[in-house]
Design a protein around this ligand. Structure first.
Ligand code: HPA
Length: 269
């Protein structure tokens, strides 16, 4: 199958960097938060089949290094569905990591806060998601060597990993909330009416990433944890207009705490 060959080619290129057990994908404004020891890196452009990000604030490289004795992969930057890439390309990195033998995936993102009580700067573990993209990365012929046709999504974000994350956050004195993330296509931010609708659907957070990767990772049998940085209150929750600059500025402001959390958490996954 052509798609399996594409995944294998990417995985073979990444194998030159090492054999990671855990992978971390860093989102908007978060690329700098998580340096590893003895890093070896490849830019996305040097990995066959990897889609190249176009949005400002995403460097687009993969690093493999060590952290407290574990071999860890960090992806700095990601592509989004709104950039025009097919979802098969958006999730190709995740599938390549699964093929490499990565068993646990940590996704990070920036989001707008919908739930009352959330504030800009909050770090929130995803407890579940709502796929509002109108598309699914598993559409099309099933990749039987990757996973089943109809994978279960009862617990996308692993309960045991979430428990570990809460414990580590508490040790570090970092407040970590939990919430349901709704993925929209973007790239326009939502209207206040859309945010009211999403709240009534059960969404606490809204963003434009993460869900395709989480679905593909569960399909491939990886355990998934996702941490969102609430970079702004969602449209209409906040009286002021939304801006990408605010998203990046808040991510950068919270980068140190997220980096500390990842440093202690990732070796324990
Ligand atoms: N909406 C959608 N995506 C986002 C937001 C938002 O308010 N903030 C950061 N990413």
């Amino acid at each position: 199958m052509e798609e399996m060959r594409r995944i294998e080619r990417a995985a073979n290129a990444l194998a030159e960097l090492g054999r990671p057990e855990v992978a971390v994908i860093l989102g908007s404004g978060l690329s700098g938060v998580f340096p590893l020891a003895e890093e070896r890196t490849l830019p996305f452009t040097a990995i066959p089949g990897f889609p190249v990000p176009s949005v400002a604030g995403h460097a687009g490289e993969v690093a493999v290094g060590t952290l407290s004795g574990r071999t860890v992969l960090v992806q700095r930057g990601r592509v989004h569905f709104y950039e025009g890439h097919p979802l098969a390309d958006v999730v190709l990195p995740v599938r390549a990591y699964a093929r490499l033998g990565v068993g646990a995936l940590v996704l990070t993102n920036a989001s707008g806060g919908i739930a009352h009580g959330l504030e800009a700067g909050d770090l929130v573990l995803l407890s579940d998601h709502i796929n509002f993209l109108g598309e699914n990365p598993l559409r099309g012929p099933n990749l039987d060597p990757v996973g089943p046709r109809f994978p279960d999504m009862t617990e996308v974000y692993d309960r045991a990993l979430r428990r570990i994350a809460h414990g580590v956050a508490e040790e570090l004195g970092i407040t970590l909330k939990e919430g349901v993330y709704l993925a929209t296509l973007g790239p326009s931010y939502e209207t206040p009416a859309e945010i009211r609708a999403f709240r009534s659907l059960g969404a606490d957070l809204v963003g434009m990433s993460t869900v395709p990767e989480a679905i593909a990772a569960r399909h491939a049998g990886m355990k998934v944890l996702a941490i969102s940085c609430v970079t702004n209150l969602a449209a209409g929750v906040s009286p002021s207009p939304l801006s990408h600059d605010e998203v990046i500025a808040t991510s950068r402001r919270r980068a140190a705490d997220l980096g500390r959390l990842l440093n202690s958490l990732v070796p324990r996954l």
